[in-house]
Ligand binder design. Structure first.
Ligand code: CP3
Length: 356
């Protein structure tokens, strides 16, 4: 089933169905190009820093009222066309009992990395009871958001595996690749486990009211196409299949994935996210027909002058002008030192320039 097929008859998804964001995901005509920003909630906002004060990152993901407030902050401030659920890709792993923490300025750190067949047993199935705080937060959020869609998300099997096998953030993913090439069966079983967990986590979010989902394979750009096809795509496809019957748009994004865009689309996405290294028209050629694209202003451009930001935004919009469905976004997450006013101006600029 594709995302185009069904108008929901009730629940939060029926209220957001006619939003500009979801229309663009379905490649329908839109009154203006919709905008949201990866990492739009977070350290660029003073109101975020204020409510997060003294509360560790993982703990804040488990407090529904705080999650609701933080998720709404960028929607209120910038007038973006979609909210993204405030959480982290390692939350489902924490929920099934993996000992991990998110260290400020570092990222996720795993106490005992997963590298052997015996370690696999620690990756048990995720049930809705493990993440009741997610269901509760999404219920509160969708009531507040009304017709503004909420995007749920999860980390893709490769990116989650990279954190689990390395034990933390990694530049070269050497332990991950050692396992992938050295023990292909264990690797396949690990990715399959992660696909089960990720699929279950996305289902929880959609059942609770998310109107779209994004699967972040942030670090998969480290792989060559043949390795991606053989060792990663089956697991990512399993995640997309797990949520296909809901009919909500499925977005797939990774960094440095210019050579993988077509393959990532084939994994089962309705929308392919593009980083800033490939122009949108070229990305459309690589992805092929039948999918919307999301992207792709370099987040570092926002540190430049307003005129330069507008000029670079024009480049993105001009390259995307012929696409069937375009969702404007950055080519990766908002950098923490970004001036939030620059994001508000950018949102307004895209809306005005693309009004039709
Ligand atoms: O607004 C949003 O986009 C929603 C929130 C969100 C967070 N993490 C909150 C967060 C999302 C979508 C994520 C996904 C995520 N987490 C990814 C995929 C997206 C991407 O950027 O490629 C990845 C790779 C992670 C792992 C992770 N968690 C990293 C690399 C970091 C940053 C470490 C740092 O401090 O620089 C985190 C922590 C994290 N997740 C923060 C936020 C707001 C910063 C922690 C804080 O504010 O204290």
């Amino acid at each position: 089933m594709s995302a185009n097929d069904r108008r929901p008859t009730g629940g939060p998804q029926s209220q957001t169905y006619d939003s500009t964001f979801l229309k663009a995901c379905r490649r329908e005509p839109v009154p203006h190009t919709p905008v949201w920003f990866m990492r739009q909630a977070g350290r660029s906002l003073p109101e975020y820093l204020k409510v997060r004060e003294g509360i560790p990152m993982l703990e804040s993901c488990m407090r529904p009222e705080l999650v609701t407030e933080i998720t709404l902050q960028p929607v209120r401030r910038h007038g973006v066309d979609a909210a993204i659920f405030f959480s982290d890709i390692v939350v489902p792993l924490k929920a099934i009992g993996i000992d991990l923490d998110i260290k400020p300025g570092v990222g996720p750190v795993i106490a005992e990395p997963i590298r052997t067949r015996a370690d696999l047993a620690r990756l048990r199935d995720l049930t809705p009871e493990d993440v009741t705080y997610v269901t509760e937060a999404i219920g509160m959020l969708t009531r507040e958001l009304g017709s503004t869609p909420l995007i749920g998300f999860a980390g893709a099997p490769f990116t989650l595996a990279s954190y689990l096998v390395e034990g933390g953030p990694s530049r070269n993913h050497e332990h991950t690749k050692a396992l992938m090439y050295g023990d292909p069966q264990l690797w396949a079983d690990l990715l399959d486990r992660l696909a089960e967990i990720t699929g279950a986590f996305l289902k929880v979010q959609i059942e609770a009211g998310a109107s779209a989902v994004q699967l972040f394979d942030s670090w998969v750009g480290a792989l060559a196409p043949a390795d991606y096809t053989r060792s990663v795509r089956p697991a990512s496809a399993k995640v997309f299949d797990a949520v296909a019957s809901y009919g909500v748009p499925r977005i797939h994004f990774g960094v440095g994935t210019g050579e993988l865009l077509g393959l990532m689309g084939e994994a089962g996405a309705d929308v392919v996210g593009v980083d800033w290294r490939v122009p949108m028209d070229e990305a459309a050629r690589r992805v092929g027909p039948g999918k919307a694209l999301q992207g792709n202003l370099d987040p570092a451009v926002l540190f430049s002058t307003p005129d330069a930001v507008m000029a670079k935004t024009d480049e993105v919009l001009d390259a995307a002008a012929g696409l069937e469905g375009h969702i404007f976004n950055l080519g990766h997450g908002v950098l923490p030192a970004t001036d939030p006013d620059a994001l508000t101006r950018l949102t307004e600029y895209v809306h005005t320039r693309t009004a039709r």
